[in-house]
Each structure stands twice: as C-alpha cells, then as structure tokens.
Design a protein around this ligand. Structure first.
Ligand code: ZN
Length: 219
C-alpha cells in the first residue's frame, strides 16, 4: 500500500516506465488477505525469493513479520546493487538469513526455514537472476510446491533454450552463467520420474489458475 500511495517516491518513474508496473490497491497482498478475513498482524513470516522491486513492494505492510531470505541475497542488497529500490526497505524488516544448505529438495540443495508454523518450507538456491535468488519450496507428505521466482520469466524457457525472452533475462541477471545453470537444474528437476511437484514462476500469466482475475478486471 505504501508503493500504491506514493509510487514515484517509493519506486521511481524510471523503474515504473521500464517495467510497466501498475499500482492497484485491490491486488496488494494485504488487501487480498483482508478480503479473506486475515489481518496484517496474522502474517508472522514472509519468505522472499529475492529483493527485486516487484517482489518486495508489500513488505512494509507487514512490519512485524520475520522476513526470510538467503544470506547471499541480503549481502547483495546491502552491497548497494542499484537494481534494488531502497525505500521499500526503509521500515527496517526483521531479517532472518540462511547461508547453509542443510537438506535435499528432490536432488537440489536446500535450506530449511524456521517459521512459527509447523510447515516444511525451504529456500532452494537458484542463483544468477540475482546473486542470492532462491526458489521457495513447501513440502507436505511427499507432495511439493516450488515457487521458482524469477529463475525463469516464462515457462517456455524450460523447453526452448533460445527463447527470445532470454535476452531480457540475460540483461537482468547479476550472474548469467549461474542463471543458466539454475535453469538447467530446474529442467532436471521437472524431468524426474515419480515426483509429485507443482511449480510456477512469478511472471508467466499462463501459469495462473483461471480463477485469478486479470489486472483489467481488478482495475
Ligand atoms: Zn526479479
């Protein structure tokens, strides 16, 4: 809601124009939770894939939540990397960082997240898009859900190594070699047999369930 109320100061016209961001109160995380009867104070833990502008805009609506992320990503943020938007962190998030791979997620190294909920949540390092970019996995009785964040922009990149969007992905990558290795890890992961895995990225609208309204409908 802070970004929605003051996008020019918080995000800046350069980033807004480049990415085409829309600022609509109804699609903010906090408004969506409230429409389901949950208040901001009910949110105790937030797990970040990375700190890019379009992934952290809602953080300041949950000032009391613990914010979990890879230590590499926090270091990247603290290093002054110009890709991040400082105002979005000015409220002082309660950071919890993780540096050790302590578990295995379907063949990939992972880091267990310590939340107050009794849920097996992991960071799955998929570095490259940013230096500390991770997928976020939820494991439940053999079935797993993996939010792959921006490890791909479009799902088609998994099957098309020369997808035109790769040009933008390369431009945006902190480390393009690592980004391509992470894509390969995902290709191996989804080709494993006998695995109950649901996965999705952040930017591909074809992955949204039909029940999710399009922006024009919300606006
Ligand atoms: Zn990103």
């Amino acid at each position: 809601m802070h970004d929605v109320r003051d996008p020019l100061r918080r995000v800046g016209s350069d980033v807004i124009d480049a990415a085409g961001f829309k600022f609509l109160a109804n699609v903010t995380a906090i408004r969506q939770l409230e429409s389901r009867g949950l208040s901001a104070s009910a949110v105790t833990d937030i797990v970040l894939t990375h700190c890019d502008t379009d992934h952290v805009g809602g953080l300041s609506d949950f000032p009391n939540a613990r914010v979990h992320l890879a230590s590499e990503e926090k270091e990247n943020l603290d290093s002054g990397n110009p890709r991040y938007t400082r105002h979005q962190f000015s409220h002082g998030p309660n950071w919890q960082t993780y540096s050790e791979n302590d578990s295995d997620f379907l063949g990939l190294p992972s880091r267990r997240i310590d939340t107050i909920a009794d849920v097996d949540i992991r960071l799955v390092p998929l570095f490259g898009h940013t230096n500390g970019h991770c997928g976020v996995a939820i494991c439940d009785n053999g079935a797993s859900v993996l939010h792959i964040g921006d490890a791909y922009y479009l799902r088609d990149e998994l099957t098309n190594e020369n997808h035109p969007i790769s040009e933008l992905a390369t431009l945006r990558a902190d480390n393009n070699q690592l980004r391509m290795e992470s894509l390969d890890k995902l290709r191996q992961l989804i080709s494993r047999d006998g695995v109950d895995l649901t996965y999705f990225g952040y930017h591909d609208i074809t992955e949204l369930p039909e029940s999710v309204p399009m922006l024009e409908d919300v606006a």
